[in-house]
Design a binder for this molecule. Sequence first.
Ligand code: COA
Length: 290
Amino acid sequence: MAAGQQRSDFRLFHRLRVRWAEVDMQKIVFNAHYLMYFDTAITDYWRALALPYEAAMHRLGGDLYVVKATVEYHASARVDDRLDVAIRCSRIGNSSLTFTGAIFRDEQQLISSEIIYVFADPATQTSRPVPAALRDALLGYEGGETMLRAQVGTWADLGEEARAIRQAVFVQEQGIPAELACDVADAGAVHVLVRNRLGMPVGTGRLLPADIPGDARVGRVAVDHAVRGARVGLAVMQALEEAARSRGDRRIVLHAQRSAVPFYDRLGYQRVGEPFDEAGIPHQEMVKLV
Ligand SMILES: CC(C)(COP(=O)(O)OP(=O)(O)OC[C@H]1O[C@@H](n2cnc3c(N)ncnc32)[C@H](O)[C@@H]1OP(=O)(O)O)[C@@H](O)C(=O)NCCC(=O)NCCS
C-alpha cells in the first residue's frame, strides 16, 4: 500500500470539507480523523450497493468487525481543503474483506489506507465464511454491475413486501395514517418492487389507470431510508414508466411530496398548478409524457 493509486482505481468517492475541529495545533488534520473519514466512506459504500447495513447483516447471519487498520500519511490536509475519500473492496478472503482506501485533494493523493474486516457471528464473535451472496454483491459492484433488480407484478405477487416498505416510510417515518399507506386501489394496480443483490426489497411504487384514457397515475413511491441516494428511486420510476408505456399509456400524472419534487424534476416531470395539501403533507402535481 503506497501513494500512487489512481483515482480511476476507485468507483466510490465520499467528498468532504475539512473543518476547524478536525485540525491540530499544526493546523493540519489530526491523524486519527482519517480513519473516521474512511469509515464514513464505507457507510456510503454499503449504500451504493443498496444494502441497508443492519438489516443486510442480520439477514446474512453475521456482522463485520475491523481487525486491522493501517494509514499511511503522504501529505497533510488543511482546514477548508476539499477531500475525496475513495474506497474499494480489494480482496475477499475466506472470512475477511480488505478495503483499500485513498484520500485525494484534487489529483494529489494525501493518504493511503487498508482496513481489514472479518465476517463473524455477533453472539460468539467467531469468524464465519463470507456468505456467497455478499461475495457476489461485492464482486458485482467492483465489476461495474447493476446492484438492483426491478420486478413488476400484482398486489398478490408483491403486496406483502411493498406494504412493509410503505409502512416503514409513510407510517413510521412520515406519520401518515396506516389506512392511507395501502388502500383498495392496490388490488387493481401494477406494482414495482426493486430488490438489491441479496434479494431484499428496498423500493416500491404503483401505477394506476387515471381518469382520462392514456393517462397513468404513479403513486406510493417509497425507498428504504438506509439506501436513499443509491438510485433505487430511479429504478422504481424507470420500471413504472416502462410498464405504463407497454400498456399504451402516453402520460404519467403524479402527486409529488414537496420534498420529492427535485427527484421528479430530474426525471423530467413538469410541475402543474399550485402546491396543495394531501394527508397533511404539501404536494405538487407533476406530469411527464412517456
Ligand atoms: C423520493 C425518493 C423516492 C427518492 O428515492 P432515492 O432512491 O433516494 O432517489 P435516487 O437515488 O434514485 O435519486 C435519483 C436522483 O434524484 C436525486 N434526488 C433524490 N431525492 C432527492 C431530493 N429529495 N431532493 C433532491 N434530489 C433528489 C438524487 O440525488 C439523484 O440525482 P442524480 O441523478 O443527479 O444523482 C426517496 O427519497 C423516498 O422514498 N422518500 C420518502 C418518501 C417519498 O417522499 N416518496 C415520494 C412520494 S411522492
